[in-house]
Design a protein around this ligand. Structure first.
Ligand SMILES: NC(=O)c1ccc[n+]([C@@H]2O[C@H](COP(=O)([O-])OP(=O)(O)OC[C@H]3O[C@@H](n4cnc5c(N)ncnc54)[C@H](OP(=O)(O)O)[C@@H]3O)[C@@H](O)[C@H]2O)c1
Length: 315
């Protein structure tokens, strides 16, 4: 077993989705820290040239970085990845686990698309896979430790999102949210957007409930990187919309992986944020209140139980 590090030792940070926009930038921001503040890194992503590239880049920057191949759309792979992580920790190949950053995400337009386990793919990757990974690694986290989940303000409607046609969440029982849409439902930005927003509202509810289930010294935080148009998240949009998004993404003042990635690394590692817990919601670098409906004991408790059922059914 790993020996207890001093509280100031950054230990190891696990991040999912290190190959894409925000996760890639956050990974390199962590790898490029000065040695005393640089964590070991466990990079969980689909096996690909991108995963090899980011692992090598992190090592070139001086980090003790390890790739763990895993398709988050397949829960048996998530369980196997957690087991590999426990092996890396148990063999002292990496330092104790101090942070888990559940960054990977998708926005799938066709809500009929099922994960390997038969669940609606956006809900499965953004929420369920991370609930499995976190549940499997809770006992491996070494306090003080942080679990950082990725939220998105799209869970509620405001004027700019209304103008842009970005739909808010429409909460239903989690077992229904996990079910792919019926054959007759055609793919659309709207239905896909609702599924995405539901997955992000689920993350808020889960973060509040998760904090009630973890040991003292493990803090749960939700990070919103700001609207970063042009990342892979919009890969299913039309080519014209993707061109516009890339152009908007280059404008000054608009969030970018290059700025939000270091902010995410800071949330995972810096003393400045050590007071955050209970699913505190941070937008880039400031704490914000969530909408009143995003705190709901009944929904949170039902989500916790339904998640256990959904994960169990995939075993
Ligand atoms: N972009 C925004 O405006 C925005 C705003 C608020 C919140 N967020 C959140 O920020 C996070 C990162 O988003 P991004 O904009 O950086 O998107 P991105 O560029 O598409 O990156 C997504 C990452 O998730 C990984 N991923 C997707 N499906 C996976 C699967 N089945 N198994 C394993 N990994 C998978 C991707 O890996 P591959 O390389 O294998 O595809 C990639 O590394 C997401 O949680 C997103 O919801 C984004």
């Amino acid at each position: 077993m790993s020996t207890s590090p001093s509280p100031s030792d950054p230990g190891t940070i696990l991040i999912t989705g290190p190959t894409g926009g925000l996760g890639h930038a956050a990974t390199l921001a962590m790898a490029n820290r000065p040695a005393a503040r640089r964590p070991d890194l466990i990079l969980v992503g689909r096996p690909s040239a991108g995963l090899t590239e980011v692992t090598e880049a992190a090592r070139a920057a001086g980090a003790n970085a390890h790739a763990v191949g895993c398709d988050l759309g397949r829960l048996p792979e998530v369980r196997a990845a957690a087991s590999q992580v426990r092996d890396l920790l148990g063999s002292n190949t990496v330092r104790p686990l101090r942070g888990l950053v559940a960054n990977a995400g998708v926005s799938v337009l066709d809500t009929r698309t099922a994960s390997g386990d038969g669940y609606e793919l956006t809900f499965a990757v953004n929420y369920l896979a991370h609930a499995q990974l976190i549940g499997d690694l809770l006992g491996s986290l070494c306090a003080p430790a942080r679990i950082v989940l990725l939220g998105s303000n799209t869970y509620y409607v405001n004027l700019p999102r209304r103008i842009l046609g970005v739909p808010a969440a429409q909460w239903r029982d989690p077992v229904e949210l996990a079910r792919p849409a019926a054959a007759g439902v055609s793919p659309s930005m709207r239905t896909g957007g609702v599924a995405y927003s539901n997955s992000k509202l689920a993350i808020l509810y889960y973060s509040h409930e998760l904090q009630r289930h973890v040991r003292a010294g493990i803090d749960v935080i939700v990070f919103e990187p700001g609207f970063m148009p042009g990342t892979g998240l919009g890969r299913e949009a039309s080519p014209a919309l993707q061109r516009i998004a890339r152009a908007v993404g280059r404008l000054p003042g608009v969030s970018k992986p290059e700025t939000s990635g270091p902010a995410l690394a800071s949330i995972a590692l810096d003393d400045r944020w050590s007071h955050l817990r209970d699913g505190a919601f941070v937008v880039v670098d400031s704490e914000r209140d969530v909408q009143p409906f995003a705190i709901d004991r009944q929904r949170e408790s039902r989500l916790w139980d339904a998640t256990a059922e959904l994960l169990k059914a995939s075993e």
